[in-house]
Design a protein around this ligand. Sequence first.
Ligand SMILES: [Zn+2]
Length: 437
Amino acid sequence: MMPMFPILRLILPFFASLCGLQAQAANPPIQYPWDLLQQRAKVYEEDIRWNLDKAMLPRLTPAERAALGKAHLEVPIRGGLAGHHALRRDKLGVIVMPAESVRFFSDLCTATAWLAARGYSLSTITDYLGMLKYSDPKSLGLLRMPLPLDALSIPEAELSDSGVESRRSACFSTGVVFILAHEIGHLVLGHRGYEGIGSIEAQDNEAAADAFALELFSRMGDLPLGALYYFTYASHLETHRGDYGSNAAWRAHVRDTTHPISPARVEALKAGLKRRASRFAAGRAAALTLADEVGVIADALTDTELHQLIRLQGETVRPYMLAPRRTDFWQVRPPAKRLPSIPFSGYYEGWLGYDAGERIPTQLVMHRDGNRVSGRYSYAGIGGSFTGLVKGQTMSYRWRQPGGSGKSQMSGSADSLRGSFEARDGSRGIFEIRRRL
Ligand SMILES: [Zn+2]
């Protein structure tokens, strides 16, 4: 069985960004020391070239090889945090994978592996990416943005542990090779560059290159586990629905860009994995599990509230919040001591959601003193607190959580309560909770 990573709760991978983030290329928010990159570039180039020559090229059909022509790999030092791309230069198919981009992904895999191996939440990684996207050193009181492993307090001494190393390698090697396969796909399929082509064609090209990469992986028998992480992390740096005030504005952006989000494309990858499930060495079950995880991502892509939440977290995160934390850090637990069985007192569980959205499990604990109530709640890895005032069977309360606050009401009996809340964009959600203790 392959080592499987726990799937992130706040994931938003945009498969479209595989070739992307060109806007970042000129001025990435973090700067690796030149010497470090120069030294790593040689190793990356050797490894990637080995994969190209020994793993990829022998598995192309004669027709594909003919379409590819002579392939040439370039590993420049700089190039942004996700600056991989392919281009035609005369008869040469050139694949460009900047050392800067590879190193950044390598660091994120290292962080993922160590945090997962130690039972910590991976949400500090996406918080860090949000910080890179939405903040700048000045507003954080820093001279420069910290590099990933420093920011996330990953102890270097523990990285050689076999448990950490095998997870890191599963993420990194399959991720980098998937990118390589995707770029080969562009060349084999004869795609033009993004200059002067429409967004529809660009999106189709991305989907086709994804499918090609997946096909190549199935010929090798390996599951592209790392691709999941690459897309997840790249997506947090890219523009998403949470960056736009309305669906209309967002759709206009999607229409006008070559690298928009596309749930359909993620669904296509999921379908591709399922279709080829029996062709992977890890076995059909592992492939179907990965396909399911990709499906979770596809669902997340259509979730406006999730995008807004990600933006909110990115805007409010501070460097000290990036210390490793347990996966259930925010989760409200039943109190050790039984609380009085009166309305608005005790430990409650239930769900919250919007009209059309999924039901998200939520937990609350309330302490009542006369008409006054104080409490805490949690849902989807997020926690907040509130204070309220009871009048009859209704409590009016003010809630507060990282990145937001607001007023709301809940009402009902001692055992069952209902309420509504307003999201930042004005959409209204409802919740229902039942007393458990
Ligand atoms: Zn591409």
